[in-house]
Design a protein around this ligand. Structure first.
Ligand code: BES
Ligand code: MN
Ligand code: ZN
Length: 506
C-alpha cells in the first residue's frame, strides 16, 4: 500500500473514495431522531451538492455516531466516485486518541468493502486530544495497511482480491507536509512489521518450526547492511550451557534455535536495546500435557518471537537511528521418551539450578537462558515478549498486555508507547512478597509458583535472570491472538515496541 500527503483540497482530487468526517449533533433537535453536524470540507461539499448531506442528516439517515460509516455515490461538488462519511461522535466533545483509532479502523473497513483502488482521507479538521497531525497520519497509515492484511497462503483457492492500493492524506497546512509524510511512512512500516508478525503467528506448527523461524530471520537480514542474523543450534547452545532452554526441546524431533538479529542503525558506541521473544512453535505442555480442547491455539505460542521479528522488520524499513538486538528463543514443547519430566532439575546458563515442577511452564525456561545470553550485548535495556501465562489472560483479558519491570522509568516509557500506539499494556506488580512462591526444596528455584498470581510469579522467575540490566517483560498471552470466528494473530505488540523504539531513537 502506498501513502502520500497532499495539500490540495480533498474536493479537487480525483479518487475512488473520499473519507470525510461527520459529527453527532450535541444539541438535541427536539425530534426523536438526533441530527448530525458537519463543518470544514464536509460542509463545503454539502454546499456544493445542494445540501444533500444536510438533508440525509435531517432525515436521520446519517447520525454521526462514533465509527458509523455511510457511503454516498455520485455526489456533486467533488471528484470522488464515492464519498464515505465517517462518524466521529458528539461535535464539540473532545475526541480521545482511542476514539480516533476506533473510527479510523471503521473507515478502513468501509473503504475495503468497496471496489475502490484508492482513498483520500480528509481529516485535517479533526482534533484529537493530546495528539498532533503526524500522529493521526501515522495511525491512519497503520490501520489502513493492517485492514488489507489477509492470510491466504495455505488456501488452495485464491482469495477475493482487495483493490485498495493507495491512500492520500490531505493536510491543511503546508508546514505539516514533511512531518505528515514521514508519519505515514512510519505507520505503514509498523503495519508491515505487524503483517510479518501475523504471518508467522498464523502459520501452523508443522511449518513454522524453530529452524523455519531462523530462516525467516536470516531472510530479513538479507540485502540489508545494517542487519545481521545468526542462529545457534543445539550443539552451540550446549557449549554455552543453556541447560534450561535445551530441557524444553528435549522431547521434540525439532531442534531448538537461539536466533540473534543485530540492527546497527545508531552510533557504534551506543548501547543497544535488546528484545527477547518467546518462540515456542508449538506448546503441547510436554509431559505435563495440556487438555486437547483448543490446543491448536498453542501454535501461537511463538507470537512473542514473531512480534520481535516484526518489530525488527519495521525499524529496518524506517531506518531508525539506534542499535537493537533481537534474541529469539525457539523450541517445540513436546512429550516423548527424552522429554523433561516433572521433578527434573536442570542447570541454566546463569549457573542457577531449576526444578521443573511443570513442563508446561516452559516459556520461562527458554527465556531465562536468552536473558542471560543478552548480558553480552551490554544492553541499555532488555524487553522480553512472551505468551507466558494463561493467568495473564484471566487478569487482563484481551485488551492489555501485562507489563512487569525492574525499572519504573522503563515501565513508564513502555506504557506511554502502548497508549500512543493504541496497543496498551498494564503495569503489574513485581513485589518481593511473590518471589518466595518460587522456592524449591531441591534446586535454587522452582519453575512454577503455585496457584495464586500466576502471571506475576512467572515474571518473578524471569526477574531472577535479569538482574544485570534494566529489564521489562510483556506477557502477551491475552493480546497476541484472537480466538473464535476471528481466530488469528493480532500483530500485537509490534506497534507498542516500534513506538517505544522510535522514542528511544529521538
Ligand atoms: N503458552 C502457555 C500460556 C498460555 C496459555 C498462553 C493459554 C495463552 C493461552 C504457557 O506455556 C503455559 O502453559 N503456562 C502455564 C503455566 C502454569 C503451568 C504455571 C499456564 O498458564 O497454565
Ligand atoms: Mn506451556
Ligand atoms: Zn507456552
Amino acid at each position: 500500500m502506498e501513502f502520500q500527503a497532499k495539500t490540495s483540497s480533498a474536493l479537487t482530487l480525483r479518487t475512488h473514495s473520499l473519507v470525510l468526517p461527520v459529527y453527532e449533533n450535541s444539541k438535541s433537535s427536539g425530534a426523536t431522531i438526533s441530527s448530525a453536524a458537519i463543518s470544514g470540507t464536509t460542509a463545503e461539499l454539502d454546499d456544493a451538492c445542494d445540501g444533500l448531506i444536510a438533508k440525509l442528516i435531517k432525515q436521520g439517515d446519517i447520525k454521526g455516531s462514533l465509527g458509523a460509516t455511510r457511503v454516498l455515490h455520485d455526489v456533486a461538488g467533488c471528484k470522488a466516485d464515492r464519498v464515505i462519511l465517517l462518524g466521529l461522535g458528539k461535535q464539540g466533545e473532545a475526541l480521545s486518541a482511542e476514539k480516533f483509532d476506533k473510527a479510523i479502523k471503521k473507515a478502513a473497513a468501509a473503504v475495503k468493502a468497496t471496489p475502490a483502488k484508492d482513498a483520500v482521507l480528509c481529516l485535517d479538521d479533526v482534533t484529537v486530544t493530546d495528539r498532533d497531525e503526524a500522529w493521526k497520519a501515522s495511525q491512519s497509515a497503520k490501520y489502513f495497511t493492517d485492514a488489507v492484511y489477509q492470510f491466504t497462503q495455505l488456501k488452495s483457492k485464491k482469495a477475493p482480491v482487495i483493490n485498495l492500493k493507495k491512500v492520500i492524506y490531505t493536510v491543511a497546512d503546508k508546514k505539516q507536509l514533511k512531518a505528515v509524510s514521514s508519519a505515514l511512512t512510519a505507520g505503514h512500516s509498523t503495519a508491515v512489521g505487524m503483517a510479518l508478525c501475523k504471518d508467522l503467528g498464523n502459520l501452523p506448527g508443522n511449518i513454522c518450526t524453530p529452524s523455519y523461524l531462523a530462516q525467516e530471520a536470516k531472510k530479513l537480514a538479507r540485502g540489508n547492511t545494517k542487519l545481521t542474523a545468526k542462529a545457534l543450534n543445539e550443539k552451540q547452545m550446549r557449549e554455552l550451557k543453556m541447560g534450561s532452554l535445551l530441557s524444553v526441546s528435549a522431547g521434540s524431533e525439532q531442534e531448538a534455535r537461539l536466533i540473534v538479529l543485530e540492527y546497527k542503525g545508531g552510533k557504534k558506541s551506543a548501547k543497544p536495546v535488546v528484545l527477547v521473544g518467546k518462540g515456542i512453535t508449538f506448546d503441547t505442555g510436554g509431559i505435563s500435557l495440556k487438555p486437547g480442547v483448543g490446543m491448536d491455539e498453542m501454535k501461537f505460542d511463538m507470537c512473542g518471537a514473531a512480534s520481535v521479528l516484526g518489530t525488527m522488520k519495521a525499524i529496518t524499513e524506517m531506518n531508525l537511528p539506534l542499535n537493537v538486538v533481537a534474541i529469539v528463543a525457539a523450541a517445540e514443547n513436546m512429550p516423548g521418551s527424552r522429554a523433561t519430566k516433572p521433578g527434573d532439575i536442570v542447570t541454566s546458563m546463569s549457573g542457577k539450578t531449576i526444578e521443573i515442577l511443570n513442563t508446561d511452564a516452559e516459556g520461562r525456561l527458554v527465556l531465562c537462558d536468552a536473558l542471560t545470553y543478552a548480558e553480552r550485548f551490554k544492553p541499555k535495556a532488555v524487553v522480553d515478549v512472551a505468551t507466558l501465562t494463561g493467568a495473564c489472560v484471566v487478569a487482563l483479558g484481551k485488551h492489555a498486555s501485562g507489563l512487569y519491570s525492574n525499572n519504573d522509568d522503563l515501565a513508564e516509557q513502555l506504557l506511554e508507547a502502548g497508549k500512543r500506539a493504541g496497543d496498551k499494556a498494564w503495569h503489574m506488580p513485581l513485589w518481593d512478597e511473590y518471589q518466595q512462591q518460587l522456592d524449591s526444596n531441591f534446586a535454587d528455584i522452582a519453575n512454577i509458583g503455585g496457584p495464586g498470581g500466576g502471571s506475576i510469579t512467572a515474571a518473578c522467575f524471569l526477574s531472577r535472570f535479569a538482574k544485570a540490566y534494566d529489564w521489562a517483560h510483556l506477557d502477551i498471552a491475552g493480546t497476541a491472538w484472537d480466538s473464535g470466528a476471528a481466530k488469528g494473530a493480532t500483530g500485537r505488540p509490534v506497534s507498542l515496541l516500534v513506538e517505544f523504539l522510535q522514542q528511544q531513537a529521538s
